[in-house]
Design a protein around this ligand. Sequence first.
Ligand code: ARG
Length: 248
Amino acid sequence: YDINPWMRRGEAVNHAAATHQWQKVYDIYTNRFGWNVQIVPPIAELPDMVFVTDCCLMLDGKILLSNFRFPERQPESTQAEKWLLGNGYANIRQAKHRFEGGDNLICGDKILAGYGFRSDPEAAEELRDYFGLEVVPLHLVDPCFYHLDTSVAILSDNTVAFYPEAIDAASQQRLRKAVPHIIDVTREEAQGFGLNAVSDGHTVVTSDQSESLLQKFRDAGFEVIGTPVPEFRKSGGGVKCMTLELRS
Ligand code: ARG
């Protein structure tokens, strides 16, 4: 199926290459960071499950379970709930409005909440009520950057990189006001999915496709680990999409 502009029915994913690229990300997490990585077993009929960040938002052990826009991905919520319950995460609430994990980013004590393609604007209120944090709503306007985490990268609690034109003018202003350090990125740089990044606040792991983007991260003082994920880009995803932070 195709539910975003990157997905093309005729363009098959090379399974061996995808597995290899996934393994590299896993190895960076475990060997370089020493993170405790849990693997959710795949289900053949739900290929987008690999983009596990979309299944929920977890903060302080509280989980808001996604309410997916497209029927193709809706069964993922039930699967995620099963996995979470089976692994000791019991504090789960089902989102009432359309809400996908990939639209939400934690930046310090704020939640950046994208809406427009997958999530509804009303989800912002639900987030505020449930997590008790300030929510910065950002209206996504470019279908190629349909989830917030494709156009905004959290590099640290006070540094964000983003492709401005992916969100409307008022949202750009809100983001610039909410975050002290902002790095602007071009469309060309963003298209390599390097904004779909995972950072511990010092080291950033992301797609190696745009060298100039990685250099911007380095210039801002971050260590950067670039890794190839082109097979995942065919589905509209990158490193961060494959990663759900278990903030318990
Ligand atoms: N094929 C998936 C979709 O369209 C890709 C999801 C990528 N996830 C993300 N958080 N950007 O839903």
